[in-house]
Design a protein around this ligand. Structure first.
Ligand code: NAP
Length: 293
């Protein structure tokens, strides 16, 4: 990253609404600086009514690509010319490249999930899993699990059961995966199921800053020491959900690695440059330790 923008600086955007919680500009501009590249990453808070105009604007201004975040990860699909295989199955994207006015959409959250869990592959292969949530990130998690860990069963638990049922049907149709069981978020009935899952993933926004005392489960009795408990939330780094898991002796993973790996994949799609993962992890760790969350 140069100290100033130049006419030929390659611009990368982010569109979402609201976007004030995002770490993406920090992560990408850190990587650009570490690699000394002539790129710049800019966030834009875009109202729904302006979504198409904002994207047309990015094309007109010669941006080389952009990230898409809440609430546009699915809404943006009709505006994209080409969708990658995982984007088509998941029905949501977080990364777009722009090439001569053509938009290509990818879901790099999948890569973020796989890289986060890859060290546990031998523990996770052909086991039962539980996923909380039925939003865009839950779909990416389920896709990553099915493609990489051959689950014998995925229990999908969501407050709005209908959204989970749509996901079950979608993976049955698109990946021929018939082992998703949908359950409602009614806690007392769930202890045994969650206890029997080798991996439990929180892919809801429950527990995210500022609602740091909230959790989809309310006690450590849901977990045991042989489990891996993964919360996609990275702010705070230890959610209530992970606090319960830690108390039970389980292995805990927060969303920071996923955040960095999904960014790495997006960065490589835009720049064809290798993302400086360990340097960014180190710098980000310092910055987060020095701030309140
Ligand atoms: P989303 O599409 O808006 O989905 C939100 C999910 O949370 C839905 O399942 C929703 O249930 C559930 N939920 C929200 N409030 C709830 C409540 N009070 N009680 C019970 N359930 C509730 O969001 P998303 O994109 O999937 O993101 C989910 C989380 O993952 C966010 O915290 C996000 O920051 C995190 N994330 C992290 C990364 C990373 O790189 N680490 C990447 C992507 C996302 P309903 O269906 O009932 O509304």
């Amino acid at each position: 990253m140069q100290d100033f923008l130049r006419l030929k600086t390659n611009l990368i955007g982010l569109i979402g609404h609201p976007i004030k919680q995002t770490y993406s500009p920090l992560i990408h501009n850190l990587a650009i600086k570490i690699k000394n590249l002539d790129y710049y990453y800019l966030p834009f808070d875009v109202e729904s009514i302006n979504l198409k105009r904002a994207i047309d604007g990015l094309i007109a201004l010669n941006f080389i690509g952009f990230n898409v975040t809440i609430p546009y990860k699915s809404k943006v699909l009709p505006l994209i010319n080409y969708l990658s295989e995982e984007a088509l199955v998941i029905g949501a994207i977080n990364t777009v490249t722009i090439n001569e006015g053509n938009l290509s959409g990818y879901n790099t959250d999948v890569f973020g999930v796989v890289e986060t869990l890859i060290n546990y592959k031998s523990d996770l292969i052909e086991k039962e899993f539980t996923v909380f949530g039925a939003g865009g990130s839950a779909r990416a998690v389920i896709y990553a699990l099915i493609k990489n860990f051959k689950p014998t069963k995925i229990y999908l638990i969501n407050r709005t059961e209908d959204r989970a049922l749509v996901i079950k049907e979608s993976f049955r149709e698109k990946l021929k995966f018939n082992s998703i069981e949908v359950l409602n978020l009614v806690l007392p009935d769930l202890v045994e199921i969650i206890q029997s899952s080798k991996l439990v993933v929180n892919a809801t926004s429950v527990g995210m800053y500022p609602e740091v005392d909230d959790s989809v489960i309310n006690s450590e009795k849901f977990f045991n020491k042989d489990q891996i408990i993964f919360d996609l939330i990275y702010n705070p780094q230890e959610t209530k959900f992970l606090e319960y898991a830690k108390r039970s002796g389980a292995t805990t993973i927060n969303g920071l690695d996923m955040l960095i790996y999904q960014a790495a994949k997006s960065f490589e799609l835009w720049t064809s440059e290798e993302f400086p993962i360990s340097e960014v992890k180190q710098e980000l760790g310092k910055i987060l330790r020095d701030s309140y969350y």
